[in-house]
Design a protein around this ligand. Structure first.
Ligand SMILES: Nc1ncnc2c1ncn2[C@@H]1O[C@H](COP(=O)(O)OP(=O)(O)OP(=O)(O)O)[C@@H](O)[C@H]1O
Length: 311
């Protein structure tokens, strides 16, 4: 029978702090992950995503705060709670002379071992090479094996750090289907990814981390609805455009795809266009963009050097 998916927290992180040397990388991080929920952890490079995941897995010492899985604490010296946790952090641990199947046999401890292995191998499309030694695996094949290792034993909590790295589109879809199916059966997921469009398809909630602070914690739907309309403006000279907009008191985020303008008031778009036209800056295109995770994310981490924010 299908397990009932409730709101019980399977993972609770409270006031987590972490420094490396004198550099504090996590500042009072708090969040909870409910049973059957898929939470996306996003943030710029170096924001502290992997550090959170390593702390949750008891792989690194922390500088205060508590981590609880189920009702048991986790720390560098307390790993009992991790029995029911599957994880892929940074790079999959691969032994070149073992076959894929032999790897999975190391991780599949429970009843229905052979059946669990066959099922994850099929779900991730690994059947053709699962009996071949892993030294011949491509980057994507190794990544799939790492994901399979995390999932094969049907853990209650799964932590995946950049799981889509190196996966082809079919494998990305296969992974998405597995995550949604397992979540529907009560498995909880914490997933970091820079591929925000993919994360958006699979996560229920999102945590945005910036410089070690959680700057936003929201359901994916609420995030998409938050704020006003968003426009992407392509100009012939973005640098000059940013300067002209600053003079006009308009805030934009600068991205490789153009300037992202958020409609924070009724006249913002008109003011921006007037400022650009007034300085004879050629406008190549203007597009009303769907307010997705990417635009929300760019707004939230704006002001970090690449983005231009003027008041
Ligand atoms: N072992 C370590 N020793 C010293 N500094 C570290 C160590 N591990 C991480 N850091 C630092 O901690 C900060 C957070 O790193 P972390 O790997 O958690 O970021 P991230 O959000 O996962 O980044 P990315 O998106 O690039 O993977 C960075 O400034 C990083 O240099």
């Amino acid at each position: 029978m299908k397990e009932e998916v409730g709101t019980t927290a399977i993972l609770t992180v409270q006031d987590l702090n972490k420094s490396f040397g004198g550099h504090q990388v996590l500042h009072g991080v708090d969040f909870a992950l409910g049973e059957g929920h898929v939470v996306g952890l996003v943030g710029p490079n170096g924001a502290g995503k992997s550090t959170i995941m390593k702390a949750v897995l008891g792989l690194i010492p922390t500088d205060g705060g508590t981590i609880t899985i189920g009702d048991k604490p986790v720390s560098i010296t307390s790993h009992q709670a991790l029995k029911d946790v599957g994880a892929l952090i940074e790079y999959p641990g691969i032994y070149p002379f073992l076959t894929g199947r032999q790897h999975l046999e190391l991780y599949a401890a429970r009843h229905h071992r052979a059946q669990n292995i066959t099922s994850i191998v099929e779900a991730l499309g690994m059947t053709k090479y699962i009996n071949v030694s892993a030294k011949s695996y491509s980057l994507g094949m190794k990544q799939k094996l790492g994901i399979a290792q995390a999932l094969v034993d049907h853990p209650k909590l799964v932590i995946l750090d950049e799981p889509m790295n190196g996966l082809d589109p079919q494998a990305v879809k296969d992974l998405r289907d597995i995550i949604r199916k397992r979540a529907a059966d009560g498995t909880s997921f914490l997933i970091s990814s820079h591929i925000l469009s993919e994360l958006e398809k699979v996560a229920d909630d999102v945590l945005v981390l910036n410089h070690g602070h959680i700057v936003q914690e929201s359901s994916m739907a609420a995030l998409a609805d938050a704020g006003g309309a968003v426009y992407r403006i392509a100009t012939a000279d973005d640098e000059a455009a940013v300067a002209a907009l600053a003079v006009a008191d308009v805030t934009v985020s600068r991205t490789p795809a153009g300037l992202i303008l958020r409609e924070t008031g009724p006249d913002v778009l008109n003011t921006a266009l007037a400022a650009l036209v007034g300085r004879s800056i050629q406008i190549r295109s203007i597009e009303h963009v769907h307010r997705d995770l990417e635009t929300s994310f760019l707004d939230m981490v704006a002001g970090d050097g690449k983005e231009a924010s003027h008041k």
